[in-house]
Write a protein of this length. Structure first.
Length: 346
């Protein structure tokens, strides 16, 4: 049931578009016994922060839907460095004196996104990550790198989970695993804390309630030690970044039967592009339409909670197979799964 009028208003923005996700949530509940308030999960940050429903600018105000010379693209200025890179982006687009929307209208979508990605700015062409039927990828790919184990078959109760992720998708996955009986440790770098700490305090607290917290010097090699006794790892880093810290998912899985590794990325482990929830949703064409038929954002960073729910469900399924798997979860593909199934990709 809707908790209040605010949640009801937010739920209306995605009405009829989340059928596949509803099935994922129902199956997660059947496997774990954990009941998920889907509306509250998707919109709790927007409710706590008092965000208005979005239009061409995201609810959190960092991501922008831009008309291009041949379509639409999302550009996410989520960090101070992204704003600092704007003059360079306009220069690459050949419009150093123009405003962002003007420069975007003059540029082909691929040129705008390519220039932004070159500068490390999260960007996406609308619909560029549509699902398997259109050349995309499945929301979750399971790769076996270890042996199944009897402990994993027993389910989540008592399993040791190390959460290396940040922001929303990974922590939501870890939160759901904790509710299913796992023991969760939140691990952060002493030089790079979770960015969600600087958002609504109640939102961070709800995601991490009941979890232990551990802050480490990642450069010291302590990260490998922190996961040594884990049964399950949740992370949202580029694989090469973890390898530089001496951590490899494949070695973790091979070291002991029954382990599971959840890898959340924007577009897959073989794609180094960064992504946040709003631009990943646009990549998956999980957008609405205004009165003129032009795209608008749906929800608040919608690909984040959608991905967290897919990831938790994938863990429950993997454990029933005995574990030993690397679960590759793509945010853009999770968004695309909703858009394709509900016909919102036009």
């Amino acid at each position: 049931m809707m908790k209040n009028a605010t949640l009801a208003r937010w739920a209306a923005t995605v009405d009829g578009r989340l059928g596949p996700l509803t099935a994922v949530v129902d199956d997660f509940t059947a496997r774990t016994g954990v009941t998920v308030d889907l509306t509250g999960t998707l919109f709790q940050r927007a409710e706590l922060a008092g965000y208005p429903p979005p239009g061409r600018t995201s609810a959190g105000s960092s991501c922008h839907l831009l008309a291009t010379a041949d379509g639409w693209a999302a550009l996410n200025l989520a960090r101070p460095d992204d704003h600092a890179a704007l003059p360079a982006l306009l220069g690459l687009l050949g419009a150093p004196q123009a405003g962002l929307r003007t420069a975007a209208r003059r540029a082909p979508t691929a040129e705008l996104c390519g220039a932004a990605q070159l500068l490390g700015i999260a960007s996406a062409a609308r619909g560029s990550a549509l699902g398997p039927g259109r050349g995309g990828r499945a929301p979750v790919r399971a790769e076996r790198h270890g042996q199944p184990g009897p402990r994993a078959v027993a389910g989540l109760a008592g399993l040791n989970v190390v959460d290396l992720s940040a922001l929303w998708a990974g922590p939501l996955c870890a939160r759901l695993l904790g509710l299913a009986g796992a023991r969760v440790v939140k691990v952060e770098s002493d030089t790079r804390p979770d960015g969600a700490r600087f958002g609504p305090p109640d939102f961070y607290r709800r995601l991490h309630e009941g979890h232990r917290s551990l802050v480490l010097d990642f450069a010291s090699g302590a990260l490998a030690e922190a996961i040594a006794d884990a049964d399950l790892v949740v992370e949202a880093s580029r694989p090469r970044a973890l390898r530089r810290l001496g951590v490899r998912a494949e070695e973790f899985l091979a070291a002991r039967p029954g382990r599971v590794w959840v890898s959340i990325t924007g577009y897959g482990r073989d794609d180094d592009r960064i992504a946040f929830g709003d631009d990943a949703a646009v990549a998956g064409a999980l957008t609405g339409l205004d009165g003129h038929g032009d795209p608008v954002f749906l929800g608040d960073a919608l690909a984040d909670p959608v991905t967290g729910l897919y990831a938790a469900h994938a863990v429950a399924r993997s454990l029933e197979r005995g574990g030993g798997e690397l679960l590759c979860v793509s945010m853009a593909a999770c968004a695309a799964a909703q858009a394709e199934a509900t016909g919102t990709t036009c």
